[in-house]
Design a protein around this ligand. Structure first.
Ligand code: GTP
Ligand code: MG
Length: 282
């Protein structure tokens, strides 16, 4: 069987956003890197750290409601073992927001102390949210501001332009479009990004990604969730066969409909809180 075409997605608006973001970074005091808690490793942009250099970074694992509490704890311990301090948020319900605000204020206080030492007037701390598309950057900003200041929707590539938002006299935030590496080197990661809808729909085939999702869920020991939800046991078959079989049983052979349903049920949390990555051994 020929291998499926690799998932690649680098639309013009992202290339442009990346250029503008690098330009704006010079004016920014602190970077909030937003990861998808379901796939914190696959949703980490490999170049971010080199772009931000020595600026302080606040690491945020958003969508914490979409993973179980023990997985959240395991990630917390893993990041601490890597000398990083993650903050967890649910930007939809507004959980974990205070900690982000106070972390940003803390960097602001330090920055303003340095300004005062040099005889300059204090100014609001400037923070930027950086991350893959659809991880919840705009939703997080809205939560920090306490109102709907920027557009946030259930698909990748909603924010198209960089936009400054003032949250208070102390903090200014820059909302940025999702960015991705121009080449997705690791196709296993690319598939996870597609399953979680953290890359645009134009880049992948729903049926291939849904079949990969079934295979991955079985591998991660979540096969029973599929079995009880769709009354079809995925354990003794490939993801591809699963889609085929489910289509025959339910939708007169319409595999596209099955693929969309499985992806929809995963993405909206209908299947429950399911992590697609667990911390590596350390
Ligand atoms: N369940 C859950 N949903 C969230 C969370 N954060 C954001 N969302 C939802 O995810 C979708 C995407 O959120 P956005 O804020 O538009 O994401 P973004 O990172 O700004 O996306 P782009 O602008 O496309 O890069 C929206 O439907 C949000 O309501 C969260 O913590 N939990
Ligand atoms: Mg956005």
């Amino acid at each position: 069987m020929p291998s499926p075409p690799p998932i690649q997605w680098y639309p013009g608006h992202i290339a442009k956003a990346e250029r503008q973001l690098k330009e704006q970074l010079k004016r920014v005091d602190v970077v909030l890197e937003i990861l998808d808690a379901r796939i914190p490793l696959a949703s980490h942009h490999p170049q971010i750290d080199s772009w931000i250099g020595s600026k302080p970074k606040i690491l945020v694992l958003n969508r914490m409601d979409m993973i179980p509490e023990d997985t959240r704890k395991a990630w917390q311990e893993w990041y601490i073992s890597q000398k990083q301090q993650p903050l967890f948020t649910d930007a939809k319900q507004g959980k974990g927001i205070k900690a982000i605000k106070s972390a940003a204020q803390k960097t602001g206080a330090k920055m303003n102390q340095r300004r005062r030492d040099r005889g300059m007037r204090p100014r609001p701390v400037r923070a930027v949210v950086i991350g893959f598309p659809n991880v919840g950057k705009s939703a997080l900003i809205n939560r920090l501001v306490g109102r709907k200041a920027v557009v946030s929707e259930r698909r990748a590539g909603v924010t198209r332009k960089l936009q400054w938002v003032r949250i208070s006299d102390e903090i200014e935030l820059l909302d940025a479009p999702g960015i991705i590496p121009w080449k997705l080197e690791n196709q296993e990661d690319a598939v996870k990004l597609a399953i979680c809808e953290d890359i645009g729909q134009a880049s992948y085939d729903n049926q291939l990604v849904a079949a990969a999702a079934v295979d991955l869920l079985v591998k991660l020991d979540f096969g029973n969730i599929l079995n009880s939800r769709y009354h079809l046991d995925p354990h003794e078959m490939t993801g591809e066969a699963y889609i085929h079989e489910m289509a025959e049983r339910l939708y007169k052979g319409d595999k596209e409909r099955v693929a969309r349903q499985i992806l929809y049920d995963f993405r909206t949390g209908n299947m429950g809180a399911i992590p697609l990555e667990i911390p590596p051994l350390y």
